[in-house]
Design a protein around this ligand. Structure first.
Ligand code: PLP
Length: 371
C-alpha cells in the first residue's frame, strides 16, 4: 500500500488535526453515566435562539431544494444590522469556513500569515493546509496588561514582503484575552495596505454594549480589514454551521470566487436570519454568562487559582500543575471541560460558562479536583 501521508502536500503532512471538545454521547458510551454537562466547546447553555428555532420548523418539506446560493435574505438582514452593503458580506458554513476561504484566496507556498501564540487553533491549520508559512508570535506574559494576549508590536514587526494575512481573535479563544479599542486601532493603522487583517469577533456579543470593540465600524477606514462573526456562540446555532465576514466588496468578491456554491444550508440561512433580531435571547444569554462567569471567578479566587480575565463565555484557568488529572476528575463526575495542552497550556483547562446550576455543580467539584 502507498504511504498516503507521504503523498499529501507538505503543509498537510505537518498539520496537527483540530481536537474538538468531547461530545456528551461519547462520554456516555465510555463511562455509562448520564446527567452529563458539556462545558467544552463554548456553546450556549440556553440552547438555540427560540426565534431561530421557530423559523426552521416549517422548512423541512423544502429540503429537496438547494439553498439560495447567494443567501439573499440573510445578507439583507445582516446588511441592515451592520449598516453595510450586501456586497460586503460573505457567508460561511460557520465562520471557520470564511477563515479557510481567506487563507485559500490570499496565501500560497510563497506567502506567510501571522497569528499570536495561544490564539484559535484553526488559524495555523488553515495557513498550513495551503502550504504557506505560519508565523506564530509569542504571546504576552501572565503579568502583562492583556494576560496571554497578542503582542501587537511584535506582530507588526513580523510583517514582511511575503505577509498576506494577520489573524486576531478579539476576545481570543482559548484564553479569553481581549484587546482595547485603542490598541487594536493603533495596530491596524500600522499594518500595510496590502496585508489583510482578519479580526475574528466570535465572542463579541458577550461584551456589554458600551465596552464592545466592534471592528466593523472601521471597515470604511481600512479596506484591508475583514471582520468575522458567527451564529455558533451567543446565538446558540453551532450545530447549524453559519457565520460570515464583513469586508471591502473587492475582498468579498475574491472570496465569492472560491466559495462552494451552496456553502450555507437552507436551515442555517433561515435560522440565522430570524436569530439576528432575537435581542431578548442575546440579552438573556449575556446575563446568564456574566453571572456564571462571576460564580466561577469567585471560586477560583477562593481556591487561589489564577485565570485570564475573560470577555468571552469561557474561562482559562491555570492550575499550575498538570491539568489532566483535574480534567479526568471532572469527567468522571459528568462534566466535560477542555484541555488545552495542544496550545502548549498543559497546566490549564478552558471551561465554558454554563447556567447557574451547572456552575454550582462545577464549583462544588473544583476544590477536590485540584487537590
Ligand atoms: C468558536 C469560534 C469561531 C466560530 O466557529 P464557527 O465555525 O463559526 O462555529 C471562530 N473563531 C473563534 C476564535 C472561535 O472560538
Amino acid at each position: 500500500m502507498s504511504d498516503f501521508k507521504a503523498l499529501a502536500v507538505p503543509g498537510v503532512q505537518k498539520l496537527k488535526p483540530y481536537i474538538p471538545g468531547k461530545p456528551i454521547s461519547e462520554l456516555e458510551r465510555e463511562l455509562g453515566i448520564d446527567n452529563i454537562i458539556k462545558l467544552a466547546s463554548n456553546e450556549n447553555p440556553l440552547g438555540p435562539s427560540p426565534q431561530g428555532m421557530a423559523a426552521i420548523e416549517k422548512l423541512l418539506p423544502e429540503l429537496a431544494l438547494y439553498p439560495d446560493g447567494n443567501g439573499f435574505d440573510l445578507k439583507k438582514a445582516l446588511a441592515e444590522k451592520h449598516g453595510v452593503g450586501m456586497e460586503q458580506i460573505t457567508l460561511g458554513n460557520g465562520s471557520n469556513d470564511v477563515l479557510v476561504l481567506l487563507a485559500e484566496a490570499f496565501l500560497s507556498a510563497a506567502h506567510n500569515a501571522i497569528y499570536s501564540q495561544y490564539s484559535f487553533a484553526v488559524y495555523p491549520i488553515a495557513i498550513q493546509a495551503i502550504g504557506a508559512t505560519h508565523k506564530m508570535i509569542p504571546a504576552l506574559g501572565w503579568d502583562s496588561e492583556s494576560p496571554l494576549g497578542c503582542d501587537l508590536d511584535a506582530m507588526v514587526a513580523a510583517i514582511d514582503e511575503q505577509t498576506r494575512l494577520i489573524f486576531i481573535a478579539n476576545p481570543n479563544n482559548p484564553t479569553g484575552s481581549f484587546l482595547s479599542k485603542q490598541a487594536l486601532y493603533q495596530f491596524i493603522r500600522q499594518v500595510p495596505e496590502d496585508v489583510i487583517v482578519v479580526l475574528d469577533e466570535a465572542y463579541l456579543e458577550y461584551s456589554p454594549e458600551a465596552e464592545r470593540v466592534d471592528g466593523s465600524l472601521w471597515l470604511k477606514e481600512f479596506p484591508n480589514l475583514v471582520v468575522t462573526r458567527t451564529f455558533s456562540k451567543a446565538y446558540g446555532l453551532a450545530g447549524l454551521r453559519v457565520g460570515y465576514s464583513l469586508s471591502h466588496p473587492d475582498i468579498a468578491n475574491v472570496l465569492n470566487r472560491i466559495r462552494q456554491p451552496f456553502n450555507v444550508n437552507s436551515l442555517a440561512l433561515k435560522a440565522a436570519e430570524a436569530a439576528i433580531n432575537d435581542n431578548d435571547f442575546i440579552r438573556q444569554s449575556m446575563a446568564v454568562n456574566s453571572h456564571g462567569l462571576t460564580l466561577l471567578t469567585d471560586c477560583c479566587d477562593d481556591l487561589n487559582l489564577r485565570y485570564v480575565p475573560s470577555k468571552g463565555n469561557f474561562l482559562l484557568i491555570d492550575f499550575q500543575q498538570d491539568a489532566m488529572p483535574i480534567y479526568e476528575h471532572l469527567l468522571h463526575n459528568g462534566i466535560i471541560t477542555r484541555p488545552v495542552a495542544n496550545y502548549g497550556l498543559s497546566d490549564s483547562l478552558r471551561i465554558t460558562i454554563g447556567t447557574e446550576a451547572q456552575m454550582q455543580r462545577l464549583t462544588k467539584l473544583l476544590p477536590a479536583a485540584c487537590r
